[in-house]
Design a binder for this molecule. Sequence first.
Ligand SMILES: N[C@@H](CCC(=O)N[C@@H](CS)C(=O)NCC(=O)O)C(=O)O
Length: 205
Amino acid sequence: MAKLTLYHAAPSRSSITHWMLEEVGEPFDLHLLSLSRGEHKSPEYLKINPMGKVPALRHGDVVLTEGSAICAYLADEFPARKLNIPVGDPRRGVYLKWLFFGPSCIEPAITDRAFPRKEPPRASALGHGDYDTVVDVLANAVAKGPYLMGEQFTAADVVIGSALRWGMQFKLLPERPEFLPYTARLAERPALQRAEAKDKELAAA
Ligand SMILES: N[C@@H](CCC(=O)N[C@@H](CS)C(=O)NCC(=O)O)C(=O)O
């Protein structure tokens, strides 16, 4: 079995992939990087992620970056865990939509809110449109539950759930009544609890 190593800083966006690894349940190593000491900009690490950012994942000879891609990759590599929707299943299209919606719509909507522009751009010129539409689409997606894809928890819940949890924590997303039961359900997952406890321990060290 090829070794899994997560290049990680706790807590950060790599916590999303830390949770995903806990859901997968295979043994993995954490290679910790101190963002405050700039270890993510070292020449050695820039060979792994030329963006100088966490997360990055090494799996045997495969190295990949971008949190959502890592979640999708792990779900597909370990299909027995049923964290993906496989090729050929008609539900896969919607599953992929949510995996991409995290970085391409929620993330820019949140950063627009955190760092408002002096002159608001035209919504039609932005890939995510506008903040309120992103929030409404998300609220509608999680309203029914228990998970985005219905009864099956998938990597898409790790990506979207992480964004909702983080966004609400930092008051950059509203605590909509549709979001709260969904994120409460996610918080009960033992894998998320293990990743969070470990990240707290690492952050305190
Ligand atoms: N597009 C990347 C973003 C990763 C990212 O921004 N990571 C932050 C941690 S929250 C980082 O490494 N920041 C350090 C820096 O840019 O100096 C992903 O989704 O994985």
